[in-house]
Design a protein around this ligand. Structure first.
Ligand code: PA5
Length: 442
């Protein structure tokens, strides 16, 4: 499915950077497969494309059908791994302008991924008097941002439809047994979907966490899973010709050679949230114990006119990974102009895709010449299968990379610190001493 071009690493890494990591990659891959490395209890995603719960999958499709039939809007309440995957896939496959398009599927609004009053009020205003349903997603069932947002949307649903009918419009995706959300869902009779115990938030897009909103948006989730299953099979190869090994080795060699920032670039605006998903996946998985590449993302060519300056000419501690989709879904030719005042007739009759391709090729060489190594990942086109494939590829490389770096790629201890301070400042019972200390410092 993927073509990986690492030729633009020449001169930046040693010639044997891949073979030198063969043993470490073999160990890393085995630990992922056998769930016996650090964080091994959270490697359920490795075999998920083959082992997913088919009964729940059918319930996801049925729930999506119901939401499509009785709602003009689906509000997806979740944060981090409980929202980024769904948004990434919907935008990549259905456009960043999905909600603006004329379509026969509901608008999908994402809420509970922050604490902005204005953003929340705007979402409520956008829903207006339309029929809506809510998919509240929280693995722990206790995360503050989605819990607060859910309270608000639950209240709006109950005011509009009455308590009982509102319950029929609420879908809760959470732990199978633990957490406040599970307790509430059982008490109120919401339909529930499970975040498996052995899959952490940022690896959960191919569970009900991502699949329900994705299916509501009219995306073929069978094909998405088929793409992931194809990746799982193709990338299970233990050898240096495995593109997941090649990418993981390249990233690690660049890190060891002093690079500190990986910029994920794409020439498709609909890729933007895939970049956000990538940043969470890699940032939370690798950034710990004082180690890790800082994951960044850019949209080209737009960001060549902003971040392009820094990439070309700033600190030389970065490298680029470009994701390229070879074939657009349509064709657009540049017209001839008899006056040629803009001097563009040399492009007349050429496709916009051809221009974009030359922009990409020229940019890669310019950045390489400027000291920015480049990794190019090419896929034929954006479709359900290729996106499923890409998700699995990035997840696998992330797991491998974490083990190469000798960190636990499946925990996120650093995320807890802000939560404790927030709870203390909000006056949550049990945090009195911390509150006094923080208030004194503030
Ligand atoms: O990857 C992770 O585990 C986190 O980013 C979580 O997804 C995020 O903190 C939300 O957690 P929860 O789903 O428990 O509300």
């Amino acid at each position: 499915m993927i073509q990986l071009d690492c030729s633009k690493l020449n001169g930046f890494v040693t010639e044997d950077y891949l073979s030198a990591r063969k043993d470490a990659l073999t160990r890393a891959h085995t630990m992922l497969d056998e769930s016996n490395g650090p964080g091994g209890d959270f490697t359920g995603w490795v075999k998920l494309p083959a082992n997913y719960d088919k009964e729940e999958f059918a319930r996801i499709k049925a729930a999506a059908d119901k939401i499509r039939s009785d709602s003009q809007v689906l509000v997806v309440v979740g944060i981090g791994g409980s929202y980024l995957g769904a948004r990434a896939v919907i935008e990549l496959l259905r456009s960043q302008n999905y909600n603006l398009k004329r379509k026969d599927t509901p608008d999908v609004y994402f809420a509970g991924n922050g604490l902005s009053t204005d953003a929340m009020l705007e979402t409520i205003a956008l829903i207006g008097d339309r029929d809506f349903s809510v998919n509240v997603i929280s693995k722990s069932g206790t995360t503050t941002e989605p819990a607060v947002a859910f309270r608000i949307f639950k209240g709006l649903l109950e005011a509009k439809y009455g308590k009982e009918a509102a319950a029929g419009r609420i879908y809760a995706t959470t732990d199978k047994a633990r957490g406040a959300l599970k307790g509430l869902a059982d008490k109120e009779g919401y339909q529930t979907f499970v975040v498996p115990d052995n899959i952490g938030g940022r690896y959960s897009v191919l569970t009900a966490v991502g699949l329900l909103p994705i299916a509501v948006a009219g995306i073929d989730i069978d094909e998405l899973m088929a793409g992931a299953a194809q990746a799982m099979s193709e990338l299970s190869v233990r050898g240096l010709d495995n593109p997941a090994w090649q990418y993981a080795a390249a990233r690690h060699a660049l890190y060891e050679g002093g690079k500190r920032i990986e910029i994920l670039a794409c020439y498709e605006p609909c890729f933007r949230f895939f970049g956000e998903w990538f940043k969470q996946l890699y940032g939370e998985s690798e950034g710990k114990d004082g180690k890790g590449l800082f994951p960044a993302s850019v949209e080209f060519t737009a960001d060549l006119h902003s971040m392009g300056q820094y990439i070309q000419d700033g600190h030389r501690n970065l490298f680029e990974t470009v994701v390229r989709f070879e074939n657009p879904h349509g064709k657009l030719l540049i017209p001839t102009d008899p006056d040629n005042v803009d001097g563009l007739n040399f492009l007349a009759g050429k496709s916009l895709a051809f221009v974009a391709e030359q922009a990409m090729r020229g940019t890669i060489l310019a950045h390489v010449d400027g000291g920015v190594p480049n990794i190019l990942l090419s896929l034929p086109e954006i479709n359900e299968k290729s996106v499923g494939w890409l998700i699995y590829f990035f997840e696998l490389v992330c797991g491998l990379s974490g083990y190469l770096l000798e960190v636990n790629p499946f925990d996120q201890p650093g995320v807890e610190d802000y939560k404790k301070n927030m709870f203390a400042l909000l006056g949550k019972p049990g945090y009195e001493e911390r509150k006094a200390q923080l208030e004194a410092r503030l």
